[in-house]
Design a protein around this ligand. Structure first.
Ligand code: NAD
Length: 340
């Protein structure tokens, strides 16, 4: 366990269980140099405890990097609740989790993530104030979409020499909460949309409302386009799929798009500019962090501009050093997290 913590440079790991509600929860605090750790709470089933712990560690580390480059003065952390096969009272389970968070005295702030809802955050909020994305605070997805939109413009500027999206062919994988809101903005900016989703209803809606062209799911990655926008699951860019891409740039919301870090080198060698996912998709984090501190929507919208500025800075360094932008982003984040 300690070897794993050392490899990820994890600050601390916390466990709680509550037999009455069935709660089995892990909170990983990766780095709190820049502020209290903030990160979502996953509620999914895991094959065993080890995989739940590993997931918490990996995700907490990602949050440290994302928060550092988003300039939100927060650290990185993540919570994982091992979803039981059966739960009698979901509300009571999340209340027990709220009591667990409260014992950490504000060192960890939770938020919605895979498998949790704002109603679950409301249950947590009955026992601690260290919780965001409650029903009162609202869904961060539109802010993630806004940040990705600005990031796509910065990416177009760096790779194609103009941030005017009119007439650009943009292929979007996944029209969920973020993908659809983004598609609306891209359509308004005059981009031509090529879309796919597991849910045909979402595709149909985009065709009717945004004039989008449907693309078969298995064909989307190899569709000729200017910008590929992954907004579904992570790991879409692997050593095989990356060779099929026919785009100038990849810039989307999905977390952990690179299946492994060496995929970045292949993208670079193929002349495809890659927007590091945790930089371009930080809008939701910016929203929950600033909202939690009581900042206004105007202040939040203004902070979102940090995303395109940061990307532009990363692209400039990457070009000067002939390195993949994702490696430049990691170095920048590590300087903030561990530097002098
Ligand atoms: P969502 O679940 O609302 O939407 C995901 C959509 O992608 C679904 O409609 C799903 O059917 C579709 N999809 C999944 N796999 C697909 C595939 N292979 N081909 C085509 N479509 C596919 O999720 P979301 O909130 O929109 O988030 C999208 C991505 O962005 C996720 O990776 C998420 O982790 C990441 N992200 C989201 C936020 C946020 O604020 N919601 C913030 C940061 C990162």
């Amino acid at each position: 366990m300690f070897a794993m913590m050392e490899t990820t440079r994890l600050e601390s790991l916390h466990f709680a269980q509550d037999p009455q509600t069935g709660l089995k929860a892990i909170i990983a605090i990766h780095n709190s140099r820049l502020g209290p750790a903030l990160g979502g709470c996953r509620y999914i089933s895991y094959p065993d405890e080890q995989s739940a712990i590993e997931d918490a560690l990996r995700l907490a580390k990602g949050m440290s990097y994302k928060a550092a480059l988003a300039g939100v003065a927060q650290g990185g952390g993540k919570a994982v609740i091992m979803r039981p096969a059966h739960v009698d009272n979901r509300g009571a389970l999340f209340e027990a989790f709220g009591r667990f968070i409260e014992t950490l005295n504000g060192h960890y702030i939770t938020a919605m993530d895979s498998g949790t809802s704002s109603a679950d955050m409301d249950c947590i909020a009955q026992h601690t104030q260290h919780v965001t994305s409650t029903t009162a605070e609202g869904d961060p997805s539109p802010h993630t979409a806004m940040g990705v939109f600005a990031g796509i413009r910065a990416t177009a500027m760096a790779r194609l020499g103009s941030d005017n999206l009119e007439g650009l062919r943009v292929a979007i994988q996944g029209l969920g909460n973020v993908g659809y809101a983004l598609a609306e903005q891209l359509h308004a900016a005059g981009a031509e949309l090529l879309v796919s989703d597991l849910d045909e209803g979402r595709v149909q809606l985009a065709m009717e409302q945004l004039g989008a062209h449907p693309v078969a799911r298995e064909a989307l990655l190899e569709t000729p386009c200017d910008i590929l926008v992954p907004c579904g699951l992570g790991g879409v860019l692997n050593s095989q799929s990356v060779l099929q891409l026919r785009c100038a740039a990849v810039a989307g919301a999905a977390n952990n798009q690179l299946a492994s870090s060496d995929v970045a080198d292949t993208l670079q060698a193929r002349g495809i500019l890659y927007a590091p996912d945790y930089v371009i998709n930080a809008g939701g984090l910016i929203y929950v962090a600033l909202r939690h501190r009581g900042e206004s929507l105007v202040a939040i919208t203004s902070h979102l501009t940090q995303i395109s500025r940061r990307l532009t800075e990363i692209y400039a360094h990457a070009q000067a050093d002939k390195r993949p932008p994702s490696r430049v982003a990691d170095d920048l984040a590590e300087r903030l997290l561990y530097g002098p």
